[in-house]
Design a protein around this ligand. Structure first.
Ligand SMILES: Cc1ncc(C[n+]2csc(CCOP(=O)(O)OP(=O)(O)O)c2C)c(N)n1
Ligand SMILES: [Mg+2]
Length: 805
């Protein structure tokens, strides 16, 4: 440590003192932050106390271009890296939603959830090599792990793929390290093991620190980890002389010089050799306890609490500075006082920033009421005055208080007063003017709202000419992927069996050979980290298509898609995008784990990710073309039985673009609207033909995408004509059909046009059974469609359509 290269003693001394001051500042923020929750100004707080010193040592190695995927303890690191200021710390704590103030989480996440933007407001990419990058944190323990793999893997690709070296604003020859942090208890999660294993296999520059404070809230290490020691258990992963593996370092959370040395050596190795490294930082403490939700005295013994006090890293660092003669007590006390004052000032300023606009809003409302020239009395009580007075007295006002008061006051404006009209008008105007602003603070940016939104992509229909021959669907996909790999140099496709054999259905046949194994790549069987790999790559500006072999197995990755991918744009207030395309296949196979249509599983858990349900491969290819022309995350479910079915090959493969959210009317009809998607379209078509033989004219609509859903209102127009509607799919009852029904009947107000009871036709509540008969009896079939439609027509006109049964 003392021999730090290129530094004079004085420079070295000042650096150490700067670190010490930052440690102190960070601790003061934690202490003040806790108070702000206890006094009611903030709702919840989780802090980085006890982890300060290790993070300062870590931050020294964190450079421009590097990436972070960490967790809520990383406050000191983020301060040291300049990613947050002390004021930002409080902005997060109060939940400030002002986009002008850099909070990194838009005010929609807990405090100490950090992020840095990866795009400009116009949707273009930032220069990611000239900033220190933090992917956006999520709260689920170990949820940061899958994405960490992708952040590290991207560096690997940039080093390996020579042609990519021109993308200098995304990477400098892959020299960027992906830093991760995780708590000791969270290493019990599967994501931790899956990520670590994949990183070892792939040999990526991932530098993961386990902050070991011995507890996961109240549960001690001995109940979390085999042998109670994570680096001990990981020994089998450890790199030895002639093998790939992970290099493991160990440090003590209070040992400043030791930690500085450890990180310097470990990160150099990671950066230069692209070997994953794991730092097990043990003997850490948690002076303020886990979070503001409780106190650790409830579960830590007196001995443990005493040990923690003795091993508090800040006094330990202080003692080391004194022992080394780097400063005397007076100098350190001055630093401490300065840091404490800086923390207090930051709190004062941030509270003002938080309160001022709300108080202005409150006063603008109060002015309307106070200026009224009469009292609104109900049973001799001035309700309006009472609500207003109550609002004036609230000590820490939030927007809810003001809006709630405004909306209640509106109810009590008296009906017979001559002033009513103007007061009511002013109030309504106030509510209308301010609601939009407040609403947007919490309900925007679920999807990319910049010009690079997929919804802005110009559609282009597939071209069919005389020569358009009929080929198996898989060939349309394959030739389309071929064009896409050609057109988009940063496109990579990866997943189980994707590379060497070109996918289980051969839709990538020959493409690894043509584009190399970094662009079309096999992975291990590890769905969560396949998706995480894709998220990390997408965050760093690549165009990944991650393949999940079968739709049913998306469940393994659902947590990552739901908690991480789907919320990326929302939780960063549109400053960060992860345009990952997930490719999978489903519908109409057989058996419990190959039924392939649990659509409600996804549509209700991954809002924030578009969901495409193409009926054939021409449509599927068209969606990939559209998605790559924009920048949004999406899931595409290819119809499993469509790979062999012949379709006409479009002449403009790789170019035509099918718009998202636009249903297609496949058969025009007058009696009933039949709404479906995916493989059910084929079944529905068959039933529609049979129904025609009985004089029933069905309008068949393929919704094409479930999210977004029917943006132009095509289904409503159909319903206006037919007055009857049936929603059909092979999900469970109350699943995606109920979703479609809600969209059409409630959102599009289709209920007004109904002449019959709206119906759904679905699979059963259990999982579909094996074999042709299992499929026939547990999934809906063409006879079921026929019978349901016929029954609806019978109810409408029993004479024309007599009972069949
Ligand atoms: C999946 C999930 N389960 C439970 C929680 C609640 N929780 C938050 S932090 C935590 C303990 C984590 O302990 P550790 O990983 O050791 O980190 P530390 O807080 O000690 O730094 C738990 C159980 C959560 N956030 N996510
Ligand atoms: Mg812990």
């Amino acid at each position: 440590m003392e021999e730090e290269e290129g530094l004079s003693f004085e420079e070295f001394r000042l650096r150490v003192l700067q670190d010490y001051r930052l440690a102190w500042l960070s601790r003061q923020l934690s202490i003040l932050g806790r108070k702000e929750v206890l006094n009611g100004r903030a709702k919840f707080g989780i802090f980085g106390d006890g982890k300060e010193i290790a993070q300062l040592a870590l931050a020294r190695q964190f450079r421009e271009g590097d990436w972070r995927s960490g967790y809520y303890r990383d406050q000191t690191w983020m301060l040291a890296a300049g990613i947050i200021t002390p004021e930002d710390f409080f902005h997060q704590l109060y939940g400030n939603t002002n986009p002008e103030l850099q909070t990194g989480n838009g005010g929609v996440s807990f405090n100490n959830h950090f992020s840095t933007p990866n795009i400009h407001p116009d949707g273009s990419w930032r220069d990611l090599t000239s900033q220190k990058n933090s992917s956006a944190d999520i709260s689920p323990t170990a949820g940061q792990m899958p994405r960490l793999l992708g952040l590290a893997y991207t560096s690997k690709l940039f080093r390996e793929i020579r042609e990519w070296q021109t993308y200098t604003s995304l990477s400098r020859q892959g020299n960027e390290v992906a830093f991760g942090t995780i708590g000791d208890a969270s290493t019990s999660e599967g994501h931790f093991w899956e990520t670590l294993n994949a990183a070892g296999v792939l040999q990526v520059p991932m530098a993961l620190t386990v902050f070991d404070d011995g507890y996961g809230i109240s549960v001690p290490r001995s109940s979390q980890t085999t042998k109670g020691n994570i680096s001990e258990v990981l020994k089998g992963f450890e790199r030895d002389d002639d093998q790939t593996g992970i290099v493991i370092f160990r440090g003590k959370g209070w040992d400043y010089p030791g930690l500085c040395r450890m990180y310097e050596e470990g990160i150099r190795l990671c950066r230069e050799e692209h070997v994953p490294v794991l730092f097990h930082v043990d003997e850490m403490t948690q002076p303020l306890g886990h979070s503001t939700s409780g106190s650790h005295e409830r579960y830590k013994s007196k001995e443990r609490l005493r040990w923690e006090e003795e091993h508090d890293p800040i006094p330990k660092m202080r003692a080391w500075i004194l022992a080394k003669g780097l400063a005397d007590d007076r100098e350190l006390t001055t630093l401490e006082e300065e840091a404490a004052e800086e923390a207090r000032q930051a709190r004062r300023k941030a509270w003002k920033d938080f309160q001022q606009p709300i108080l202005e809003l409150r006063d603008s409302l109060i002015r309307i009421i106070d200026n009224r020239s009469c009292m609104c009395r109900h049973d001799h009580v001035d309700k309006v005055g009472i609500i207003t007075d109550r609002l004036k007295r609230i000590p820490s006002t939030v927007r809810k208080d003001v809006f709630s008061a405004a909306r209640q006051i509106l109810r009590w404006v008296c009906a017979d007063c001559p002033m009513r009209e103007s007061l009511q008008r002013d109030l309504v105007q106030w509510i209308e003017e301010n609601t939009h602003d407040a609403w947007r603070r919490y309900n925007a940016h679920l999807y990319n709202e910049t010009p690079t939104s997929v919804l802005q992509v110009e559609p282009l229909p597939p071209d069919f000419d005389e020569e358009s021959e009929k080929v198996p669907g898989r060939m349309i996909l394959r030739d389309n992927f071929d064009r896409l790999l050609e057109q988009y140099p940063l496109l990579t496709i990866f997943g189980e069996d994707v590379g060497r054999i070109g996918g289980v259905n051969q839709a990538l046949e020959g493409l690894q050979k043509k584009y190399g194994h970094w662009r079309v790549t096999d992975t291990g069987i590890r769905e969560a980290t396949i998706v995480g790999q894709g998220i990390g790559m997408a965050l760093r500006g690549l165009r990944p298509i991650a393949e999940i072999q079968y739709f049913d197995y998306l469940l393994y990755a659902l947590q990552t898609i739901s908690d991480d991918l789907a919320t990326t744009t929302y939780r960063t207030r549109g400053t960060m995008i992860a345009p990952l395309i997930i490719r999978t296949r489903g519908h109409r196979l057989e058996g419990i784990w190959h039924s392939g249509s649990p659509l409600s599983m996804v549509i209700n858990s991954i809002r924030g990710v578009y969901v495409c349900v193409p009926r054939d491969m021409t449509r599927a290819a068209g969606f990939y073309n559209t998605l790559l022309a924009g920048q949004d995350p999406a899931l595409v479910i290819e119809p499993l039985n469509g790979y062999r079915i012949r379709e006409r090959r479009p002449a403009n493969l790789g170019v035509y673009r099918i718009p998202l959210g636009v249903p297609e009317v496949l058969n025009e009809g007058n009696d009933l609207t039949l709404v479906t998607y995916g493989s059910c379209v084929r079944i529905a078509s068959e039933a529609v033909e049979r129904l025609e033989e009985f004089g029933i004219s069905v309008e068949l609509i393929d919704v094409q995408t479930l999210i977004p859903f029917d943006l132009p209102g095509i289904i409503l127009e159909s319903l206006k004509k037919t007055s009857r509607i049936l929603f059909f799919d092979e999900d469970v009852p109350g699943g995606a059909t109920a979703y479609m029904m809600q969209k059409v009947l409630e959102e599009q107000a289709g209920w007004q046009w109904l002449d019959s009871q709206p119906r759904t036709l679905t699979a059963r509540e259990h999982r579909p059974a094996y074999g042709t008969d299992g499929d026939y009896f547990s999934n809906p079939n063409a006879e079921d469609v026929f019978d349901t439609v016929y029954e609806m027509m019978h109810e409408a006109d029993p004479e024309k359509f007599p009972d069949l049964f």
